[in-house]
Design a protein around this ligand. Structure first.
Ligand code: F6P
Length: 493
């Protein structure tokens, strides 16, 4: 259920924005998306994530279909083996898998494994590693047994430096702890750059592929979803794909006036471009969706955080709002003060699950408590009041307790949270940002903005490595601080 009654978005406004979406070419761009035609002009590519969840992609008119089917088959075979603790080509039992990735190669799989955690899972534990700061990789190497651990390295480009740094540490860990045994026996690569994975020493039979035309933040439906099969088996994984396919069909076939991703996209446009609101707060009221805001930050802000259109011409209006959020009710005790009485109006997206999926009757009270808070907060944001609660004898004027109302929110309620509804939900968000990008005219499938920072970080990194390996840092006088040394060095740079 998607309730936008607290957004001040009425039929007339809806009709005019639907016309805007249609005038922006929604039908044609949506057709190109589903037909595998070019929708990513800056890279000259299609975006084939919807083909990843078609039940029988080999029957698709899209030539990529048979490749996607064989890649899905290979991933599910390896995932099903690992689900049973078996790593083909490796004699030992696998009890743990370290999934190394960053951005789209970790946010989606991690969200899904947490969202489905009350579903019967296998015994193999999956540990996600994305940060390159050394703390997480050290903890994993301390806690896990190298003899029973498989390392899955996920990188579409197979050139992301954080991943290569962590891979280097883990490869050494495996080879040092298992003399004479090639670490590659326990290592899997998931990438669209086969040659780079093979050049990095990964076995062909331990390399899973996905097409170049799948964006990283849209890749959880591909071989990148391996940890889902490892943890929950192939049936759950196929249920997830089927849920996403149901949402694809809804998005493709439903007229704009009843099309959920279209409606939600237009509400974002209304709040962002007409009301001028700078941000959106994503507040799931179910711990299983704790990582949804983080996943949406990348999906929305890396897809629509652009200031040029799909052909490189500057845009004269705002695009992606800042996406942030957290778990309700926790964040009611963190930043809701600002949402109620701050100087900025920030639309809120509430997401709740109605049924008690845990089957423990004691949990029914918790589910009702969460829903009561979700609805209560949405109403309190929407309706003005002069709250009398907490009236103190202090000198504070009544303005302290004045609530302006008209603070908009949408409420999305799921009957239950299972692999199917999770697939629907995530596909809904993918199509929402696609429609927003059609109206804004930006390309949702490239991400040139991250390149410059990577380039300068590499330069600074090489500089620090050179200075350190030249032994400069060893010449520090007693009591000199390494920080001063780094700052001095960089200042000279
Ligand atoms: O942030 C840039 C980006 O390319 C994301 O789009 C991607 O999900 C992430 O880095 C990781 O990239 P790769 O999968 O190529 O290592």
């Amino acid at each position: 259920m998607f309730d936008y009654s607290r957004t001040g978005f009425d039929q007339q406004r809806l009709d005019s924005l639907i016309q805007l979406a249609l005038d922006s070419g929604l039908d044609e761009w949506r057709r190109r998306l589903f037909d595998g035609e070019e929708v990513n002009p800056s890279e000259g590519m299609s975006a084939d994530h919807t083909l990843l969840r078609v039940r029988r992609p080999e029957d698709s008119p899209n030539a990529l279909g048979s490749e996607i089917q064989s890649q899905r088959k290979a991933m599910m075979a390896l995932g099903s083996a690992l689900n049973q603790g078996v790593m083909p080509g490796y004699a030992g039992v696998i009890t743990d898998v370290i999934h190394v990735g960053i951005g789209g190669s970790v946010l989606g799989p991690q969200l899904i494994l947490e969202a489905l955690h009350n579903i019967d899972a296998g015994s193999v534990q999956v540990h996600f590693l994305s940060s390159a700061d050394g703390w997480r990789v050290s903890a994993l190497m301390r806690e896990l047994n190298p003899e029973t651990t498989a390392v899955v390295v996920v990188s579409k480009s197979f050139s992301t430096r954080e991943i290569r740094l962590n891979l280097q540490r883990l490869r050494t860990w495996l080879s040092v702890s298992r003399p004479g045994i090639a670490p590659e026996d326990q290592m899997i690569a998931i990438t669209s750059q086969n040659a780079r994975a093979l050049a990095a020493g990964f076995r062909k039979e331990n390399t899973l592929l996905f097409p170049e035309s799948i964006g990283g933040r849209y890749s959880l439906w591909s071989a990148v979803g391996l940890p889902i099969v490892i943890r929950y088996g192939d049936t759950i994984y196929l249920d997830l794909l089927a849920g996403a396919e149901r949402m694809d069909q809804h998005f493709a076939d439903t007229p704009a006036t009843a099309n959920l991703p279209v409606l939600a996209a237009l509400i974002t446009i209304w709040h962002r471009n007409i009301c001028g609101y700078p941000a959106v707060a994503i507040i799931p009221y179910d711990t299983r969706l704790r990582l949804l805001p983080s996943w949406l930050q990348q999906l929305d802000m890396e897809s629509a955080g652009k200031s040029v259109d799909r052909y490189g011409q500057p845009l004269e209006y705002q695009t992606s709002p800042v996406i942030f959020g957290g778990l309700g009710t926790d964040v009611q005790h963190a930043f809701f003060q600002a949402l109620y009485q701050g100087t900025d109006t920030i639309p809120v997206e509430f997401i709740g699950v109605v049924n008690n999926d845990s089957n423990d009757p004691q949990n029914n009270r918790h589910v009702r408590f969460q829903l009561a808070n979700l609805i209560g907060q949405a109403n309190a944001l929407a309706f003005a009041s002069q709250s009398q609660t907490g009236v103190s004898s202090g000198s504070g004027s009544s303005l302290h307790r004045q609530f302006s109302g008209n603070r908009p929110s949408t409420v999305m309620l799921l009957e239950t949270l299972d692999a199917g509804t999770l697939g629907e939900l995530l596909a809904f968000y993918e199509h929402r940002v696609f429609v927003q990008s059609v109206v804004w005219g930006n390309n949702p499938f490239d991400q040139y903005g991250v390149e410059f920072g990577k380039e300068l970080s590499t330069q600074v990194g090489e500089f620090l490595e050179a200075a350190t390996s030249a032994g400069d840092a060893d010449n520090l006088n007693e009591g000199d601080s390494l920080l001063d040394w780094v700052v001095t060095k960089l200042r000279k740079k």
